[in-house]
Design a protein around this ligand. Structure first.
Ligand code: CMC
Length: 391
């Protein structure tokens, strides 16, 4: 490979420097701007954490209020986007709508990736964080054939999202504070995760100087896959397929048979080879939320049984496979009444903070260096073209 290193899947390549998130995969450490994620989940709101991730420091009361007001001010989307949503087929996956609609924002805001003015980058960040719940909720409404609900700016970030999803014009709707708080904690845990596939995609697209909304749309596309953000949806589908605790062992045998191609979804991580600190918090949160909402979900029992068997199984031990953040998040989403195909859009709402922070960091650090990997060529050697008549 000459002067190049062959590193499929970038298992040992650092693509950038970044001051946002620190992970120690062996020790199970996750810090946003130096703060342990568990402490942030305990003491802060999602918007406080969003401010931290964007700006490097936790806000004081005034800074938080100003940030919060700015986010509230930008929650609406252009009315013309209703027609865009309505153009989707009735059974389009909400992630398909998210990818398209977020990309279309580039047609409304003609920002460039070479934007050297930090205030412009800030407006982009605020717009994106403010509008993504509105877009996710509209995707939900389109999928279920209900009228779109406008943002209610007197509500906090997560309550507003739940309201836009579950309220209907004909009836009053009160957001359950337990549900809003649970969502807030989940969003904190998903807000950033350094150079994961979707964030790397945002950086890669952004490195060309493309419109930043287009770069975020690329990140959403990368998040959709079941190896990444789509895992939360895949976990619930897997639990449905297993159906009952008595089928767990048979399913595990299938997972261990490499020919089957079946994986235990919600298990394993490229970086965490000890445990995923987010999974520990989410597991506790899951028990707490189900108890508070008085929900007795057999899926939780099934998940716990799967986890127990996997953690004691030589196959998983030898490969250092532990539950990741998505193993339990779906059970919480389900308890909040969020349908399975909206799990990954929920992840996208939270991760938008990380994406915009990484894009801003990259552009702010400038000058942009286009991300352009090399390859190991495995095709034909040079040869001459034979005209079609003689082939
Ligand atoms: N079930 C069964 N076997 C597994 C699993 C799993 N979930 N994950 C990894 N393995 C095996 C894999 O077959 C391989 O075995 P061997 O060495 O015998 O070939 C070994 O463990 C290493 O796996 P890998 O695929 O080389 O590891 P990776 O770092 O490339 O992949 C991963 C990481 C997260 C894509 C993978 O663990 C996976 O597919 N997990 C299931 C999907 C999932 O839960 N994804 C969410 C990740 S966390 C949230 C997020 O990133 O969005």
């Amino acid at each position: 490979t000459g002067a190049f290193t062959y590193d499929p899947g970038f298992t040992s390549t650092c693509s950038t420097k970044s001051a946002i998130t620190y992970i120690d995969g062996d020790e199970g450490v996750l810090l946003y701007r130096g703060y342990p994620v568990a402490q942030l989940a305990q003491h802060c709101s999602f918007l406080e954490v969003a401010y931290l991730i964007l700006n490097g420091e936790l806000p004081n009361k005034t800074a938080l209020e100003t940030f919060d007001q700015s986010i509230r001010r930008h929650t609406m989307i252009n009315e013309g986007l209703k027609s865009f949503f309505n153009g989707f087929h009735y059974d389009a996956h909400p992630m398909a709508m998210l990818t398209g609609v977020v990309g279309s924002l580039s047609g409304f805001y003609h920002d460039t990736g070479n934007n050297k003015d930090p205030r412009h980058r800030e407006i982009f960040a605020h717009r994106m964080i403010a509008k993504i719940p509105t877009i996710a909720a509209a995707a939900y409404k389109k999928y279920y054939g209900q009228p779109f609900m406008y943002p209610q700016n007197h509500l906090d970030y997560c309550s507003n999202l739940l309201h836009m999803m579950f309220a209907v014009p004909a009836e009053p709707y009160h957001v359950d504070p337990i549900a809003a708080k649970a969502l807030d904690v989940l969003f904190i845990l998903h807000a950033d995760h350094e150079q994961n596939a979707s964030t790397s995609t945002v950086r890669m697209a952004g490195s060309t100087g493309t419109n930043p909304y287009a770069a975020i749309s690329a990140g959403i596309a990368a998040l959709w896959g079941p190896a990444h953000g789509g895992a939360n949806e895949a976990v619930l589908n897997m639990l449905d397929e297993i159906g009952d605790v008595k089928n767990v062992q048979g399913f595990m045998d299938k997972v261990k048979d490499k020919q089957s191609g079946v994986r235990l979804m919600g298990f394993g991580h490229r970086v965490y080879k000890n445990f995923d600190p987010r999974a520990t918090i989410i597991r506790e949160e899951c028990h707490k939320v189900l108890k508070a909402l008085k929900i007795d979900d057999p899926k939780l029992e099934l998940a716990m049984k799967l986890e127990e068997i996997a953690l004691n199984d030589d196959y998983f031990k030898a490969r250092k496979l532990y539950p990741n953040v998505d193993f339990y998040s779906g059970i919480i989403y389900k308890a909040l009444g969020i349908p399975v195909n909206m799990f990954t859009p929920m992840f996208a709402v939270a991760r938008t903070v990380g994406w915009v922070a990484h894009w801003s960091e990259m552009v702010g650090d400038g000058p942009l260096k286009i991300a352009r990997p090399r390859q190991v060529y495995t095709g034909a050697a040079e040869r001459n073209v034979v005209p079609v008549a003689q082939r």
